[in-house]
Design a protein around this ligand. Structure first.
Ligand code: ADP
Length: 252
């Protein structure tokens, strides 16, 4: 029987895109940040992670990205250890590291999503066409030559999502994608992500309770421990109760 290709090349979507089993984590200088977290995120789904400040939401994303290693438990991303699956994961961080005034155009920002270690830091030859396709899908082709730092908050967010999508990921992780944009534009971004979740798994950390009105398949409340909430049961009263009854010993 032929052996499956090794992790890093394999693209196993027959099971959950992300699974955590009994995962606990702490930073060297902190108390426990996540305790005994188990979850499963299916392909082509839309998941929102909510919870109080300091509850461990960003840490959860960083574990999915393989930037952090759990102290206990097991994490699999597309059947592999997270750091071996990163080729198939797109990430939109909460804060861009681009300095204001840095001379880079929208098209160049999108192309940075293609940088592939196997090409010694250069992008793959097919990348130009991939970037064009993603810019067309996100309706930012007209912005291609504009300096990135001259865009509105909503335009920037579309460009950063395009950058994350250009490698054709199966999992898209976003940290607060509607922070710092007005409610109307926030709605466009939420609708865009809901549409994308028809073809890939979209996982969003959000403080924006409007996000919970979007079509969601999974809602996780993270306050050091994780609780799954049925999307249809997520009312503003239910969320308020979750925030009121914080995990004992929670610090933030
Ligand atoms: P959230 O995204 O829910 O606001 P975070 O995951 O950012 O929470 O942080 C969870 C806890 O871990 C917080 O108490 C925070 O201060 C702490 N923390 C986050 N990053 C670090 C770090 N690099 N070193 C030490 N503690 C950290």
């Amino acid at each position: 029987m032929a052996r499956p290709p090794p992790c890093g090349y394999r693209h196993d979507l027959s099971g959950p895109v992300v699974s955590f089993a009994g995962v606990s984590f702490r930073y060297p200088s902190s108390g426990p940040v996540l305790r005994d977290v188990s979850l499963a995120i299916p392909p082509q789904s839309h998941t929102c992670i909510i919870g109080p400040n300091g509850g461990g939401k960003t840490t959860l994303l960083r574990l999915m990205l393989g930037q952090l290693t759990p102290e206990a438990g097991e994490i699999r991303v597309m059947g592999c250890p997270p750091h071996r699956a990163c080729k198939h994961v797109g990430y939109v961080p909460q804060h861009t590291v681009l300095r204001r005034g840095f001379p880079i155009t929208v098209g160049e920002v999108v192309l940075t999503g293609c940088i592939d270690r196997h090409w010694l830091g250069w992008h793959r030859p097919s990348c130009g066409a991939d970037a064009e396709a993603v810019m067309a899908e996100l309706q930012i082709t007209d912005l291609r030559r504009r300096p990135f730092d001259q865009l509105s908050g909503g335009q920037r967010q579309r460009v950063l999502i395009a950058r994350a999508l250009v490698g054709n990921p199966s999992l898209l992780l976003l940290d607060e994608p509607t922070a710092n944009i007005d409610p109307a534009v926030g709605r466009l971004v939420r609708d865009l992500l809901a549409n994308l979740s028809r073809r890939l798994a979209v996982v969003t950390v959000s403080h924006d309770l409007d996000y919970l009105s979007t079509r969601l398949d999974r809602v996780f409340f993270v306050d050091h421990r994780l609780r799954e909430v049925a999307p249809e049961a997520v009312t503003s009263e239910a969320v308020w109760q979750l925030f009121r009854h914080r995990e004992p010993g929670a610090v933030s």
